[in-house]
Structures are given as C-alpha cells and as structure tokens.
Ligand binder design. Sequence first.
Ligand code: HGY
Ligand code: MN
Ligand code: MN
Length: 408
Amino acid sequence: MTSAAKHVDEARLWGRHMDMAAIGARTDGGVNRQALSAEDARARALLVEWARSLGFDVASDPIGNLFVRREGTERGATPVLTGSHLDSQPTGGKFDGAYGVLAGFEALEALQLGGIVTRRPIELVAWCNEEGSRFAPGAMGSAAFAHALPLETALAIKDREDKTVGAALAEMPTLPPRPLGFPVHAYVEAHIEQGPVLEREAKTIGAVTGIQGSQWFTVEVRGAEAHAGTAPLRTRQDALKAAVAMIAALETWMADETDRVRFTVGRLDVSPNSPNTVPGRVVFTIDFRHPDGAVLVRLGDGIERICHENARGCAVTVTKNFDAPPCAFDPRIIDTIEQSAAILGLSRMRLPSGAFHDAKHMVDLCPTGMIFVPCEKGISHNPVENAKPSDLAAGARVLATVLEELAR
Ligand code: HGY
Ligand code: MN
Ligand code: MN
C-alpha cells in the first residue's frame, strides 16, 4: 500500500511557496501580507483556487479562518486538522506561516495522488491574523475558534487607521460559511523553526515539545504639547521623555544574564511627531516571553507599576492585550512525529518553540503538536528568511505521514 509521503513533491511544494510569496512581495525578497489586507485576500483566493482544483470543499468561519476539507469514509467523524497562517509581518519572509499552510496542502494532494482513503476527514486551516501586527493580539483567529477570545471583542479590534477587524473581514472573498469552532480529533502544525537550533544541530525535523509563554501590553502616555523653544523643561509634560524613561526602567526590570527573557518594544508612535513641539502622546508596545510561567507572571505584574513610577507628570494607561502561559504539546503527538521522521529516515530532535503559534490555542481542545524544519541561520520576521526545498519537503512528508496515521 502506498503512503502519502511518497507522493509529496519537492518541486511542486517549492513552486507553491514562490507563487504565494509573489503576493505581497517586497523588493528585498520578503513579503508584506498583513492580516485582512488586499494581499491577504489574494493569498486566500489562491489557496481556494488550488483547493477547488483538487475537488476539496472550502469554507470560512465568522473570524475569517479559512478551511479546506478532504472527506473521509466516516463523514461525521471529528476531523484531523492541520494548518498555519498566510498573513505576514510587514517585513516578513516567504516561509513563516505559509509553510504550514502549503505543507498541509501538499499533504492533502499527496493523499489524493496516492488514492489513500482515510476514515476521518482531514482539514487544512489558514488561521486569520496570526501575526497580530495590524490587529493585536496575534493568533486571533485560532483564539476565537477556541473561544479564548470572544468573537465580538475580536471583531471590534481596530488597526492604527481605526478600521475594525469586522470591517476588514467584510472585504475578504466570500466563501461558504461555517460556525465558529468545531470538535477536532487532533491538530498538527508544520512551521519553520524561526530559531538556530535545528540548523546548528544538523537535524531536519523538530518534534516540538511546547511553546514558551508570552505577554503583550500597550502603554499610552499622555502629556501636553508645548512649544519646543519657550516651554521650560521643569513645567513640561513630555510624553516621549517619560516613555523613554519607562522603557529604560523596563529593560532593567527584564534584565536576565541567562538571556532567556525575550523583551521587545517593537512599536513606538509619537504625536504630533513634530521636531519643535513637545510630544503630547506616545503609544508603545511591549512583547515579552519566557519558558517559565511563574517568571512570566512575576515580570508581567511589575510592568504597570514601573510605567507609573516613570510617568514624569504624564498620565499613563497600561493595557495587557495578550497573556499566553507556556504550553506543552501532547506526548502521543510528539512520539508520532518522531516515529514518522524515523520511518522516513530523517534526523530529528525534540525542542521547544520560542515563537508562539496558533497551535497554542488547540492544546486545550485536542491532542496537539508541531513539526519544525530548519530555516537559514534561524532568521525570521525578516525579508531574508530562507529555507531549503529539501527540508520543506521532508517536513511535508512527516506531516503527511502523521496526518494519515491520525486519520486512520
Ligand atoms: O510573534 C510570534 O511569536 C509569531 O511568530 N507571530
Ligand atoms: Mn508563524
Ligand atoms: Mn511570525
């Protein structure tokens, strides 16, 4: 009996990555396909076109998650689910997210080509807004699917142009609707590692053990505009000077000589952003991560205090908009990934994920795991992000084998 893995085709998979990367392509080799943008709409339409050409059903739920379904002999059986995301960072790479969607699609096509019948249906999902760059927080579509984020709350979230998720969703291609959330038998996501470990250890397959914890905050500092030439320093309410003091104090708070804390201030908006007006309002973001849940809570609980201590006469509002404790994947899924890699003769190792993924919202719903493949120098969230066609195909072969096993 043939196996799906035998029908995974490296050139076809690579070609699909290049076709997808042409959507939202940047001149520096990266992609900019922000969630629910025109580029995201075109990426979804391309996936739908490929899916329909293979006779798969497609559907979309109220938060814009896009599903491709391959039937099993037992139509009513809970499906096995795989997938990732098509949206990217503004200076994203060709593989973050897209790989998990395209490897999943390649696995479905390999099952078709092999004439392999599974008992359970297998579904591929392109989760809406995993990156959280345009609409915070990230992993929004999977959070709503898992009811970890109320749908109405998600739909009302605005981008920096004050457009809501709901309004942006209305501009996406219309697809057959399906309810938000459904029972899933198991979930397996393929992704590039976005770190240096697999490449350094010369391993092709990562059987991911879990995801470290992460917290996101938005800090708004409100001072008072004033004339740069006349306003005495001692009477100013300078929102930018206060924000800089807060960030410096936070950096001290987050200092970790073991270099495990991941503390980032990625966005800082200043208004009116004029050289000769004292900034009246600043908004900045905090993203920090840690593998130990207790450390995450302790550090997170200090953020509001530290911002207020450095307010320098300004008003401060600290809002936590993301709080994901560390999660562990299902040992049975990890074992199945390792065994599949072994059957395929692929080098493999267990490792945790420093990046968050939609898989973290599936952990409480069903047995969940992830397959990593190496990316060049571990670089990601950067236009030069790169991966080898052979590694991408190897990961797709493991995914196809795991899906076939779980859907048996
Ligand atoms: O930020 C993350 O960890 C994910 O890559 N979006
Ligand atoms: Mn990703
Ligand atoms: Mn990412």
